[in-house]
Design a protein around this ligand. Structure first.
Ligand code: COA
Length: 253
């Protein structure tokens, strides 16, 4: 652990996609650093297990459903006494060439990643602490560079990044910071299981990362603790690449 144990003491956090993967790791780190946490997920069974393990509040809602998401955020806010930290992490992915992608496949990812992030931010605004609240949305290297077979995710993540920067401008006056974490390949996630299912794929992906390896989920969660903590009190509107340098590929000419 790289931060003081009490870095988030007394803070409350609402995390979409918190049942598994990166956002479960973020929830775990937030709890460990003293925060009270609520998670939102659309798979009731996964959500219940995760909430129990975390000692968190759990809300079953799909981020594509604005009304359900707003109701969940409202309930969590009432139960926790407002929201200090909002993490927008619900995401979907599958690899497919643009020419083989159905319009509905493209839409599914846009709706979860981009519209879902807007829904979550829009619904949470009234509950976010002012001043002092913060938003962290989870993007990926896909937000800044293209990847074959990922047209839907690249379009959605680029949108998440500029949406977040726009909210940073609009909400700065209320004392709310809005930032983005853009991971590269992260071990132990559903995304990497889908994108690099074999050992051969994993070796190929790791070889293109300047640091030569995948991230651990905890390394992404540490960045989230930093952005949520008072140590980042003057940071807003940034995309923090936590990617081992993988935004540059292997950097070779
Ligand atoms: N290849 C091509 N198209 C695919 C696909 C794949 N592997 N998986 C889904 N699709 C298409 C479907 O065919 C459908 O389009 P159609 O109606 O034209 O046939 C569309 O995407 C929606 O699929 P559906 O399964 O109905 O959506 P869903 O809402 O149940 O699931 C997904 C959303 C597609 C993103 C699903 O992959 C998912 O639930 N992912 C969550 C976990 C995840 O992706 N984690 C990684 C995060 S980085």
């Amino acid at each position: 652990m790289t931060f003081r144990d009490d870095a988030l003491a007394g803070r409350t956090a609402y995390i979409t996609g918190g049942s598994s993967g990166i956002c479960y790791g973020i929830a775990e780190h937030f709890v460990r650093h003293g925060a009270r946490v609520a998670i939102q997920g659309r798979n009731a069974e996964k959500l219940a297990g995760a909430a129990m393990r975390l000692g968190a509040l759990g809300y079953g809602a799909d981020v594509r459903d604005y009304e359900a998401t707003a109701a969940s955020i409202g309930e969590a806010s009432a139960a926790m006494g407002g929201i200090d930290i909002l993490v927008c992490g619900a995401a979907g992915n599958f690899p497919v060439a643009a020419t083989a992608m159905s319009p509905n496949g493209f839409k599914a990812v846009m709706d979860i990643d981009l519209l879902g992030t807007f829904h979550t931010c829009r619904a949470a605004y009234e509950h976010l602490r002012k001043p002092g609240g913060c938003v962290i949305s989870i993007s990926a290297n896909h937000g800044t560079r293209p990847y074959a077979m990922q047209a839907h995710v690249c379009a959605a993540k680029a949108g998440v990044e500029l949406l977040s920067k726009t909210l940073a401008v609009e909400w700065g006056g209320a004392g709310i910071r809005v930032n983005v974490i853009a991971p590269g390949p992260v071990d132990g996630t559903e995304g990497m299981r889908r994108l690099a299912p074999t050992e051969e794929d994993r070796a190929r992906v790791a070889a293109r990362v300047p640091l030569g390896r995948f991230a651990e989920i905890g390394e992404i969660a540490d960045a989230a603790v930093f952005l949520a903590s008072p140590a980042a009190s003057y940071i807003t509107g940034v995309v923090l690449q936590v990617d081992g340098g993988s935004q540059f590929g292997d950097g070779r000419i």
